[in-house]
Design a protein around this ligand. Structure first.
Ligand code: G3P
Length: 229
């Protein structure tokens, strides 16, 4: 399973990219505006306005070799198509995120035919994912955590989408998103998701295990008692 980082924070992307486990990045308007705010406060960027959306996306695209999702914010298909064309020109590895609405589907069909890579976002039902798969999007993003927040079984959505896509051999990759707990990453992998996009701190939590630390300490303590030449 591929691991994407769900963030626009370049420092965190750089830190974890060194581990060699980052296959790509997903951003959304909330992550990008947070990064813009941080760059304004850090007095970086242009004329005190902070880094622009384009600058943030291009910086991430340079840092990671894999796909980087950047979200179109238009709500009407023709404007989305225009935006998608512009965003896709920013870097070779950029993927355009579109909302899973009727207008989003129209835009998906048009931009896919032009070879633009897409990530259909804000998916909360198997039926929405089915429509996205029919139109051959590059990625579909079911949001697990927001379903859990509302009292639904978020992981069941991943299982349902995996079953549908297998039945019909859809090529769209299932990009599980909106995780609440690190253990859900393994659950999504068991369910057969192609990608999990996770907050940077999840990587640290996934890696850290007290048994590993205690086991390593015991081995090193034993090793220290060995005769050295
Ligand atoms: O970027 C999409 C998704 O991962 C956002 O998650 O935590 O806002 O539900 P969240």
């Amino acid at each position: 399973m591929k691991i994407f980082l769900d963030t626009a924070n370049i420092a965190e992307i750089r830190r974890l990219n060194e581990l060699g486990i980052v296959d790509g990045v997903t951003t959304n308007p909330s992550w990008v505006s947070k990064e813009n705010r941080a760059s304004r406060e850090g007095k970086e960027g242009r004329e005190g306005k902070g880094k622009t959306f384009k600058e943030i996306v291009q910086e991430i695209c340079k840092e990671v070799k894999g796909p980087v999702s950047a979200e179109a914010t238009a709500t009407e298909a023709s404007a989305m198509i225009k935006e998608a064309r512009e965003i896709s020109g920013w870097a070779k590895n950029v993927v355009v995120k579109l909302p899973t609405t009727a207008e989003g589907l129209k835009a998906l069909k048009a931009v896919s035919e032009e070879g633009i890579k897409t990530n259909m976002t804000l998916v909360f039902s198997a039926n929405q994912a089915l429509l996205v798969g029919k139109l051959n999007a590059t990625y579909v993003s079911p949001f697990i955590g927001r379903l859990y927040d509302a009292g639904y079984d978020g992981m069941q959505l991943i299982k349902d989408v995996v079953a549908i896509y297998r039945n019909y051999k859809f090529r769209t990759q299932i990009l599980a998103a909106s995780f609440r707990e690190p253990r859900e990453v393994a659950e999504a992998a068991i369910a057969g998701a192609d990608v999990a996009t996770i907050k940077p701190e999840f990587v640290d939590q996934m890696l850290k295990n007290p048994f590993t630390d205690a086991g390593l300490k015991a081995f090193l303590d034993s090793w220290a008692t060995m005769a050295k030449k």
